[in-house]
Design a protein around this ligand. Structure first.
Ligand SMILES: Nc1ncnc2c1ncn2[C@@H]1O[C@H](COP(=O)(O)OP(=O)(O)O)[C@@H](O)[C@H]1O
Ligand SMILES: [Mg+2]
Length: 395
């Protein structure tokens, strides 16, 4: 175990740029005082959390699970705190963007790269599952790349704890394309459901498309249910179609084999599942172990060369979420940073109480008054965090 990272003081944080945003959160690149280390600050809107069904519980659960996770392939949570309007997670910064951005940029990945990213995710999921939690929202946008190009699992906003080995969770949450058939059939979810999503992720990485693709959510759900048909003959035909499609995309036999086994409609038989006694476990599949130089323990100790250094790609130079096409300016950042979601009612006192266990109440700096801003009045923020051509030191 390395040394514990030094905790920056929330009041010293200054905003550098926007990294990404989701349904409840905006994620900011931040610095602390004059120190060179940068972080990601995930700010979640309390008003929206209070309005959503289970929104507050989910936020508290996200903190609870993330606090407990210490793993090389999982984004590290340094601390959490709150103010009147937001709950914030201070996270390790992943400068390389997320796998969704990588796919947007490159369409599909060579198999060796997919194996590397997939291998990182396998290690992360095994760790999460060993603590009795499931992720429930595995998808490219929730797998981040650090400065060296290693993949790290992020976003535990929908994670749930399974109290017993046979517990199941019944919330309909996550992302349509990655939804497991058991959830769509109202049979609930357990650990194998994350392996289904992992199969979709691998398919997405090697082909550039998700396997159950359609114009709207209902059609996507229909395609998944159709694929997971109760009739064994129809099922087999659907699985054959899926592997034919993979072969048509020039995916190796071993690669097809792993993906089709992950996308097994039967949870018990699904690859990755602890109950599955059909053949070798996921980690021993030929696609992994027969690949030249593949070594799980070297991967875990970060001694394998990543497929690409994010800094060599356009993503890292430009990873500012929705602002990727238009660089975010200091003005815009202030607006967003201080923005309060007026569409939702202010948080009631009783609800504020429920946030108590999230973390201490702090005062964050207003980016408008930032010293660097006075010094760089005209510069777009994107050019401060990632100057064109400049490279961070390799760790
Ligand atoms: N630690 C981080 N470093 C860099 N970018 C991040 C980090 N955390 C999140 N992001 C970016 O912000 C996006 C949204 O963050 P996420 O935690 O997934 O929020 P949400 O719960 O709203 O989906 C991610 O898809 C990613 O692009
Ligand atoms: Mg997310």
């Amino acid at each position: 175990m390395g040394m514990e990272p030094i905790q920056p003081k929330p009041s010293d944080l200054r905003v550098i740029g926007l990294l990404g945003s989701g349904q409840f959160a905006s994620v900011w690149r931040v610095g602390s005082g004059n120190a060179t280390t940068e972080y990601a600050l995930k700010r979640c809107c309390k008003r929206i959390a209070a309005r959503e069904h289970k929104g507050i519980e989910n936020l508290l659960e996200e903190k609870r699970v993330h606090d407990m996770l210490h793993h090389a392939m999982i984004v590290r949570l340094l601390t959490s705190f709150q103010d009147e309007e937001t709950c914030s997670f201070l996270l390790e910064l992943c400068e390389g963007g997320d796998l969704g951005m990588l796919l947007d940029e490159t369409t599909k990945q060579p198999e060796a790269a997919a194996r590397f990213y997939g291998g990182c995710v396998v290690l992360a999921l095994r760790h999460l599952h060993s603590k009795a939690w499931i992720q429930r929202d595995l998808k490219p946008a929730n797998v981040l790349l650090d400065a060296r190009g290693y993949a790290k699992l992020a976003d535990f906003g929908f994670s749930a704890r399974l109290e017993r080995a046979d517990s199941r969770t019944f919330s309909m949450c996550g992302t349509a394309e990655y939804a497991p058939p058991e959830m769509l059939r109202n049979q609930g979810r357990s650990f194998p459901s994350d392996w289904w999503a992992f199969g979709v992720l691998m398919y997405h990485l090697v082909t550039g498309k998700t396997p159950f693709d359609a114009d709207d959510e209902d059609e996507i759900f229909d395609a998944i249910i159709q694929y997971a048909h109760g009739d064994p003959c129809k099922r087999e035909a659907a699985q054959n179609m899926l592997s034919d499609h993979l072969r048509g995309q020039k995916v190796s036999e071993e690669g097809c084999d792993v993906i089709v086994k992950l996308l097994n409609p039967s949870e018990k038989k699904r690859l990755g599942s602890a109950q599955s006694h059909e053949g070798a476990p996921l980690e021993e599949q030929p696609w992994f172990v027969c690949a030249s130089g593949w070594d799980w323990s070297a991967l875990l100790s970060r001694q394998v060369a990543p497929p690409s250094r994010p800094w060599d790609t356009a993503i890292a130079r430009n990873c500012f979420g929705e602002y990727r096409t238009a660089p975010i300016t200091a003005e815009r950042a202030c607006q967003k940073w201080c923005e309060v979601n007026e569409s939702a009612a202010p948080v009631e006192k009783r609800d504020q109480q429920r946030f108590r266990s999230f973390g201490p109440t702090v005062v964050l700096r207003d980016p408008d008054s930032d010293v660097w801003r006075a010094r760089n009045p005209a510069s777009p923020i994107g050019s401060i965090g990632s100057p064109e051509g400049a490279r961070p030191p390799l760790r």
